[in-house]
Design a binder for this molecule. Structure first.
Ligand SMILES: C[S@@+](CC[C@H](N)C(=O)[O-])C[C@H]1O[C@@H](n2cnc3c(N)ncnc32)[C@H](O)[C@@H]1O
Ligand SMILES: Nc1nc2[nH]cc(C(=O)O)c2c(=O)[nH]1
Ligand code: SF4
Ligand SMILES: [Mg+2]
Length: 215
């Protein structure tokens, strides 16, 4: 179907990774190639630990945007909220679901034309089009990663079946582990600390938005 299927668009602070704490508009695309988003399918999905509702287009500013310009206008409008002073570099984080199912060069051009820097959060199974300013790949065990370069590789930890030595050979500026959120989150946090203690190339990424009640 034509256009872009968007779950929600909202202004917040980037909660994760190297850019934690930075003002950012989030554009969450609907749909993912590794899980249907339905709870009854979770156990059999390629990605089983997802913390996000990306089904449908029913969130804030969700809907089907017919053109790249229409979606870029909506994103730019959120950046402009509450701005009291000039300065800073406008940022959109394109996420999902899996954003590379939909992010194309027309949208990249339309967002850049509005002076906005583009970051994405991707599972790495689909190659990124050129022009994205900040690529964060978060590999899922058992999947084939084709996007092996970018600014940050953010590994949700622990995950069985991950060869992190192989990941270290890929072309990323920063390597991060992020505790797996869920019933065993305390154990996951400890596992991350232990991992970094033994592998100093890696840093800790916390989902800081969840700690302070940010979206
Ligand atoms: C919801 S995903 C959307 C983007 C893309 N599909 C991906 O997986 O990177 C956004 C980020 O949240 C991470 N994430 C998802 N579920 C998580 C969980 N239970 N605990 C920690 N991080 C999680 C993902 O690994 C990814 O880095
Ligand atoms: N504040 C905030 N930061 C985030 N960083 C990555 C997120 C995502 O769901 O992709 C996310 C999110 O959902 N909220
Ligand atoms: S790949 Fe990303 S959006 Fe898809 S199910 Fe996994 S964490 Fe969720
Ligand atoms: Mg999230």
């Amino acid at each position: 179907m034509a256009g872009y299927a968007v779950k929600e668009i909202f202004l917040t602070l980037q909660g994760e990774g190297l850019q934690t704490g930075r003002r950012a508009v989030f554009c969450r695309f609907a749909g993912c190639n590794l899980w249907s988003g339905r709870e009854e399918d979770r156990a059999d999905a390629q990605c089983t630990f997802c913390d996000t509702d990306f089904v449908g287009m029913d969130g804030d500013l969700g809907g089907r945007y017919p053109t790249a310009d229409a979606l870029a206008d909506a994103i730019a409008g959120q950046w402009g909220k509450w701005i009291e002073e000039e300065g800073g570099e406008p940022l959109v984080v394109i996420t999902g679901g899996e954003p590379l199912l939909q992010l194309d060069s027309a949208l990249i051009e339309a967002i850049h034309a509005r002076g906005i820097t583009i970051a994405i959060e991707t599972n790495g199974t689909i190659a990124a089009p050129p022009g994205i300013d900040w690529i964060c790949v978060s590999p899922k065990s058992g999947t084939t990663i084709v996007q092996k370069s970018g600014q940050e590789l953010k590994l949700v930890w622990p995950q069985t079946g991950i060869n992190f030595k192989e990941l270290e050979g890929w072309d990323f500026d920063h390597y991060l582990v992020q505790p797996l959120d869920g019933p065993s989150r305390n154990d996951a946090r400890e596992a991350c600390i232990k991992f970094i203690a033994g592998h100093p190339k890696w840093r800790l990424s916390l989902q800081s938005h969840k700690m302070i009640g940010l979206r």
